[in-house]
Design a protein around this ligand. Structure first.
Ligand SMILES: [Zn+2]
Length: 189
């Protein structure tokens, strides 16, 4: 990152286009979500929660934005939670926060059960998916896989093994997260 970029600039870029963000700022892949959070001057805490249903939290207190993540969850899950919480700050808290404290708590229920998603949860999840798995990079990596196997045809029963899993490793997300992304991009049915 250039020294000329302030945290406010980064937040604005993230608001405008999370998909181009990692590419434009030369962050590389897998997207270093914890570094991005610290470049945005947001405090980051890895926590052990007594209530292990909590995936993460974010908010504003003592004049600082902060994100906390449940450190007991698998790495790929923590990365998605961090990107989700960053989404809440960028999309929902950044402009609105005056001096008052605010806290958003996410459990597996709020984040991953689609029937319980309200608009903001949906937006934070979409933000996280775009930031961690930008469309252009997804397409580029699929092209690479296709080139290597010399065929663009995948059998249904091999898709996990030959397409989904390698992409999940590359982007350091769960297989179901990349699968969901591929469906959203209309690459998978
Ligand atoms: Zn949330």
């Amino acid at each position: 990152m250039g020294n000329d970029t302030t945290p406010e600039d980064l937040i604005e870029l993230l608001q405008r286009n999370p998909e181009k963000f990692a590419e434009n700022k030369k962050y590389g892949y897998p997207v270093p979500i914890d570094r991005i959070i610290s470049d945005c001057d947001i405090d980051l805490h890895f926590k052990l929660y007594e209530d292990d249903d909590i995936s993460g939290e974010c908010g504003f207190r003592n004049n600082r934005f902060f994100i906390a993540v449940n450190h007991q969850e698998p790495d790929y899950r923590q990365r998605f939670t961090l990107a989700h919480e960053l989404g809440h700050i960028v999309l929902h808290l950044w402009q609105k926060t005056g001096k008052g404290s605010v806290l958003i708590t996410d459990s597996k229920k709020t984040m991953f059960r689609s029937s319980d998603w309200d608009g903001k949860e949906y937006e934070a999840n979409a933000f996280a998916a775009k930031l961690l798995m930008p469309k252009d990079e997804v397409l580029k990596q699929i092209q690479k896989i296709v080139d290597e196997r010399d065929s663009y045809k995948f059998r249904d029963d091999q898709i996990r093994q030959e397409l989904v899993n390698p992409l999940a490793v590359y982007f350091l997300v769960s297989p179901s997260a990349i699968e969901f992304r591929l469906k959203n991009l209309k690459i998978l049915n």
